[in-house]
Structure formats: structure tokens, C-alpha cells
Ligand binder design. Structure first.
Ligand SMILES: *Cc1c(COP(=O)(O)O)cnc(C)c1O
Length: 345
């Protein structure tokens, strides 16, 4: 059987998760009647010290609803150059909300508060675009699953307060950041006005994300969710999977981190130009192929023929992601495949 390391979204719901799904109490969530959705929204909001939460089908929608609450049409959101909001949401902020974005580049996606604050231009008057929010991604996906330094987050909050600018956390993998850093969810939560989190990545739920913020913003976002066509009915079936994921699948992420590190160390032994294993904080192994005479797409094809699926995310950037459905013996097998394919290069 192929080993699939394209993403941590490829996991399938376990038998135990499916049993919880089957037994979930449900109701019509557009009427606010689904008790399983309501309890999930309250639970996750409380975990991050926020007043309210909104269940969404995707993390992209949770991000988009959140930034829509912070940035008016014609205003500006700042984000890192390779952030998911900028690179992987198909221009949704501009398309749906009239939001313009400006970016700063960061090595491995790592936040330096000054990078963002130096380009922020709030209250720019009648000629220039006004900055109203800054987004931070933690962990940073295309940065290689890096964990944002808490000191920089604190400095960004302070600087943003001085400027009167809001902060959004794209916390699709905040669970991984928490497990790797030991920083609590409440601590991460307190620096941000809005937060998105995904249940369908490392936590292994089939679908589901949440947007978290104040009661007022979440009430408004609920209207926009319906307007975008994502008002859902007996969705407690999926919220139940989210509850199960939170109950069972957070602390085990350390195992995914351990196996990602093992892969990174093995790759670096073959060719240290491909990856510096000390940059692998969590479950993502990003390979820089600049030194190889082959593209990421060619490398992915070579691996695939040997039974290992990876993602080619740029001409010279490939990504492997460890997850719930990937174990130690598959890891050893994957390393053998990496060795045999890369030795030839
Ligand atoms: C996966 C991901 C999202 C949301 O993705 P969806 O596929 O829309 O659920 C948002 N931000 C980051 C950093 C992600 O990795």
C-alpha cells in the first residue's frame, strides 16, 4: 500500500470516531438546534479564551469570515508572503470581501514583529490604503511547520495596539504549535482578535474548522457564513468527529513530530542541502531542491513510482507531512524509498 505524506488532511476517520459520529445528537443548525455543534463551538471558544465560536466546513472559510470581520472593503490585511491566506485561498479575500493584501517575506515563515509593523500603515487618509489587520500563521505551513516565537507574537500585539490594528491567527495547526512549544491555547488565544482552527488536519476529523472571536463578531460571521452558502443542517455528525478529535488526538501529535524529525534527519544525511533538520519543529518536512537537478514534480513522480506520495508545492519545493495514519514501520519504509531515490541523484 502506498504511503501518503502529501498532507495531514489525508487521514480517514477511525472506527471509534465513526461510532461517535453515528451516535451524535443532531438538530437543524441553521435554527441553532444542533446541540453537538453548539457544544463544540462553546468548547473550542473556551479553550482559546474567546467568547464564541462558529463551525465551518473549511479552514479557508473560517479565515475568510474572520478577516472579513476585521477589514472593510478597500482596506488592507498584512500577511507573510507564503501564508495560506495569501497563497492558498484563491484570492478569496479580494473576491468576496474587497480586501487588499500586502505581504512581508520571512525565512521559514517565522514571524518577526518588526517585519509586519514596519509596513503597517493605519489611517492612511484619502490617497493610500489603510492597514486594519495583520494575520499570523501558526504553525506556518509553507514555512515547513514552524512554530511562531511567543516573544514575537507578544511584540506584534503590543505594536498592533499602538497602531490600532487588529490581529488574526490562522491556527489551522495551532494544535501542533501547542504540543511542540508547551504554550497553552489560552495563551496563544489572548493575543488575537480572531482565530481559525482546523479539526481536519493533524487531529484527524474528516471535515471541520472553527472561527473564534467575540460574540458580536461571531454573530455577524454567522450571517456571512449563510450568505456564502455554508449554513449547514444536521451537522452535529461532523461536530461529533471534532469532539472526538479534541478528546483523543491532540497529545499524540508529538508522535507525528518525532517521525517528521526522523525523516528530516535521514534526508539531511543523504544531502544536507535539502533540509536542515533543526528547522523541523512539527509534522511538516519541506525540502529545498535548489541543489538537485530535478524539479519537485519530477521528484514526486519518482517517489510515487516507489510507493511514496509527497506534494510538489513549488518548482523546487517539496513537502512531506506526517499524520495519524502513518506509523513507525511506514516511516522506516518511507526512509528506504527516500534513500534509494535520492542516492541516484
Ligand atoms: C489547511 C490550512 C487552512 C485551511 O484549509 P482548508 O483546506 O480550507 O480547510 C488554513 N490555513 C492553513 C495554514 C492551512 O494549512
Amino acid at each position: 500500500m502506498a504511503i501518503d505524506l502529501r498532507s495531514d488532511t489525508v487521514t480517514k476517520p477511525s472506527k471509534a470516531m465513526r461510532e461517535v459520529i453515528a451516535a451524535a445528537p443532531v438538530g437543524d443548525d441553521v435554527y441553532g438546534d444542533d446541540s453537538t455543534v453548539n457544544s463544540l463551538e462553546e468548547r473550542v471558544a473556551e479553550m482559546f479564551g474567546k467568547e464564541a465560536g462558529l463551525f465551518t466546513p473549511t479552514g479557508s472559510l473560517a479565515n475568510q469570515l474572520a478577516i472579513r470581520m476585521l477589514v472593510a472593503p478597500g482596506e488592507e490585511l498584512l500577511a507573510e508572503t507564503n501564508s495560506h491566506i495569501v497563497r492558498a485561498e484563491l484570492g478569496a479575500a479580494a473576491t468576496f470581501s474587497g480586501i487588499t493584501t500586502r505581504t512581508w517575506p520571512a525565512k521559514n515563515g517565522l514571524l518577526k514583529a518588526s517585519d509586519a509593523l514596519e509596513i503597517a500603515r493605519p489611517n492612511s487618509g484619502p490617497y493610500l490604503v489603510s492597514t486594519t489587520a495583520i494575520a499570523v500563521e501558526n504553525t506556518h505551513n509553507f514555512g515547513g511547520g514552524t512554530v511562531q516565537p511567543l516573544e514575537e507574537i507578544k511584540a506584534l500585539r503590543k505594536g498592533a495596539d499602538d497602531l490600532g490594528v487588529a490581529l488574526h491567527l490562522d491556527g489551522a495547526r495551532i494544535w501542533n504549535a501547542h504540543v511542540a512549544s508547551g504554550v497553552s491555547f489560552k495563551e496563544y488565544g489572548k493575543y488575537f482578535d480572531t482565530i481559525s482552527v482546523c479539526l481536519s488536519k493533524g487531529l484527524g476529523a474528516p471535515v471541520g474548522s472553527l472561527m473564534l472571536s467575540t460574540k458580536d463578531r461571531v454573530a455577524k460571521a454567522r450571517v456571512w457564513r449563510k450568505r456564502y452558502g455554508a449554513g449547514m443542517r444536521q451537522i452535529g455528525l461532523l461536530a461529533a468527529a471534532g469532539h472526538y478529535a479534541l478528546d483523543n488526538n491532540i497529545s499524540r501529535l508529538s508522535e507525528d513530530h518525532r517521525l517528521a524529525k526522523k525523516i528530516a534527519v535521514a534526508v539531511a544525511e543523504l544531502n544536507p542541502a535539502l533540509i536542515d533538520p533543526t528547522t523541523v519543529d512539527t509534522n511538516i518536512v519541506g525540502l529545498d531542491l535548489a541543489s538537485l537537478g530535478m524539479s519537485a514534480a519530477e521528484l514526486a513522480t519518482t517517489f510515487r513510482e516507489k510507493g511514496l506520495w509527497i506534494s510538489a508545492l513549488g518548482p523546487k519545493y517539496a513537502r512531506l507531512v506526517t499524520h495519524l495514519d502513518f506509523n513507525e514501520s511506514q516511516c522506516d519504509e518511507a526512509i528506504e524509498i527516500l534513500k534509494s531515490a535520492l542516492k541516484a541523484k
